[in-house]
Design a protein around this ligand. Structure first.
Ligand code: BYC
Length: 474
């Protein structure tokens, strides 16, 4: 018999909640089976220098030490409750925040929680093989950190399902362990989480672009009138920051290394750059185009009655809802969305309530621009004449008003033929993936060593030196 209150660090009084304990007693072994099956390949006996959250206090949420990942203490943490908190938007604005699920919103809320929860194990599945080709122990430790925290984020959503949704919550929690990223019969719910993450450039792009969707969606859910969801998401956001850091610095270090090689050998042509065993900036741009566009799809349709309902019901707010200065009800307000009409992209005003997905996507794009500008500074500082660009919002989209149209990175609507002729100028081709993977055929496992295609980071994790043994293989 496992003592769950000891195994599962928590601040939800798990020790006194018999119903919840019983639910977790069933789910926890199934979760571990899933981890053994779908977690990082060959990693189960490694000692990994990980951060574990053991409380929400500043000194408790980042405890570092060596851990075998299957023994990681996946905890359940909610930001402490604010007794005075209210529903801050929608028709229930001004009522006390809900501590239990309002009956009429039960299925909508469950659906939001399941969609959020589904992304967490999906990303672990997508990244399963990457440990075998890591560029350093530092990077290996970082991907494992990201993986165990995605596991914890799954726990966070499963806690809500078990605690607040009874039997159907338990069934949903089981389904979260049954779907598989990329599986034809039982795929993950959202598109980007069924795309492969075949190499480390894709991993860093994913953590920069797609984990940032995680941030924006969690921020919107942190505004929820359903207080336990809000408090859960607030704590998850503290962990999300490191994931985006891994992505931004990962891509930045690849760019830096490429620029060093370009300058050292005085070369420009992508094939000459490749012959030096680093990733040409043109390929990096194509990966950027891919990950940006599939992540934009994650915000849903530009005009969505689902989004309007979530907001009106007080379930999902806007980014920084309580800091916005309007009525928080949005009656009569409008918002611009794009549409393709007669081969042209036009903007039109629609009711702001229906455009909330688009608005969140726009908030996200603003933050993405800043990150890409920081990558550009690495290129500029090296004096390399190359400009990274963000493609047009309509480029390569499968969800929303742009879906079904062929739009170039510059925002021109073109025919399918014209698109097909040029798509591999814009998106990674099989040959690009093959080249990038050819650089990553084995792992760099000596402390302090880094693969040729990536620069070392500025500093180590938790003030440890770069040659620290971040992972012990045993
Ligand atoms: N792929 O009105 P629509 C993260 C479906 S990432 C496939 O457009 P709605 C993380 C939609 O389900 C953050 N299907 O959309 C990152 C609906 O289906 P039904 C995850 C899609 O509902 C990295 C239909 O299309 N969290 O945490 O307004 C690592 C029409 O719906 C997609 C959330 O997403 C797609 N991309 O908005 C680890 C927050 N988009 O009803 C973790 C919770 C839409 O016709 N989710 N559809 O069957 C939501 O708030 C909403 O579900 C969405 C979609 C914003 C995703």
């Amino acid at each position: 018999m496992i003592d769950y209150t000891d195994r599962i660090p928590n601040n939800v009084d798990l020790g006194r909640d018999r119903v919840l304990q019983r639910a977790l007693e069933h789910w926890q072994p199934a979760y571990l089976n899933w981890w053994y099956d779908m977690g990082p390949t060959e990693s189960h006996s490694y000692d990994v220098y990980l951060r574990t959250a053991i409380s929400v206090e500043p000194d408790g949420w980042a405890q570092f030490g060596y851990v075998k990942m299957p023994e990681y203490r996946w905890g359940v943490f909610l930001q402490p409750r604010d007794e005075a908190r209210q529903v801050n938007f929608g028709t229930h604005k001004g009522q006390p925040a809900w501590q239990e699920v309002p009956g009429e919103y039960r299925s909508a809320l469950r659906r939001i929680i399941v969609t959020q929860g589904d992304t967490e194990p999906a990303s672990v599945e997508q990244q399963k093989m990457l440990g075998l080709s890591c560029p350093s122990l530092y990077d290996l430790r970082n991907i494992f950190q990201v993986n165990v925290e995605e596991g914890r984020h799954l726990w966070a959503m499963v806690y809500l399902l078990h605690r607040y949704f009874g039997r159907d919550g338990r069934e949903e929690a089981e389904s979260l362990l049954a779907r598989r990223s990329g599986d034809e019969d039982n795929p993950r719910i959202l598109g980007a989480f069924n795309e492969p993450t075949p190499d480390w450039l894709a991993f860093y792009m994913f953590t920069f672009f797609t984990d940032r969707d995680g941030k924006f969606q969690l921020c919107a859910l942190a505004e929820s009138g359903f207080d336990p969801l809000s408090r859960t998401c607030r704590f998850m956001l503290t962990e999300e920051a490191h994931h985006m850091f891994v992505g931004e610095t990962g891509v930045g270090r690849i760019i830096q290394r490429t620029c060093e090689v370009i300058n050292q050998h005085k070369i420009e042509d992508p094939s000459d750059v490749r012959s030096q065993g680093v990733i040409d900036l043109q390929t990096i741009q194509r990966y950027l185009n891919f990950h940006y566009s599939v992540t934009l799809d994650l915000y849903g349709s530009d005009v969505s009655s689902n989004a309007a309902n979530y907001f009106t019901s007080g379930l999902k707010g806007r980014f920084r809802e309580t800091k916005l200065e309007d009525d928080h009800v949005l009656t009569g307000a409008t918002y611009p969305v794009s549409e393709v009409i007669g081969g042209k992209i036009i903007s039109k005003e629609v009711p702001a309530l229906t455009a909330l997905n688009e608005r969140l996507r726009d908030d996200y794009v603003e933050e993405i621009k800043d990150g890409v500008a920081r990558w550009q500074r690495v290129i500029d500082a090296a004096g390399v004449p190359f400009k990274l660009t963000l493609p047009h919002k309509g480029f390569h989209r499968a969800i929303g008003n742009f879906a079904g149209h062929h739009i170039t990175p510059d925002g021109l609507v073109v025919s399918e033929d014209a698109w097909k002729q040029r798509q591999y100028e814009w998106l990674p081709s099989e040959a690009d993936y093959k080249y990038v993977q050819s650089l990553m055929c084995g792992r760099v496992a000596e402390p302090g060593k880094f693969a040729n295609w990536i620069a070392p980071p500025l500093r180590g994790i938790n003030n440890q030196p770069l040659n620290f043994e971040y992972v012990r293989f045993n």
